[in-house]
Design a protein around this ligand. Sequence first.
Ligand SMILES: [Zn+2]
Length: 113
Amino acid sequence: MHELSVVESMVGVVLKHAEGNRAEKVTSINLVLGEMSTIMEEPVKFYFEILSKGTIAQGAELNFERKPLIARCSVCGKEFKVIEYDFTCPDCGSLETEIVSGREFRVESIEIE
Ligand SMILES: [Zn+2]
């Protein structure tokens, strides 16, 4: 359950941004969640409810945007979308590939009042 510390820092980012903009209330938080991120939506919602209690972010709606898993071939440099965990380069067939995105979890934007 590493979501707790992740949500802690997420709430910190949101409140800092909201207070910097003199917000009275945070209405929604848009999050980016990579396809291969180990973060789950339900625990994020659960911890957010607890950690945002008594703050201006309490009751904000959480919107999750899923990002596909993208890898880059170390041999030919091709970037491709990984489907069903097949990391073979579609251009040269190499298996020497590295993940470019798809593991992230971050606050994309927030809506305030
Ligand atoms: Zn390649």
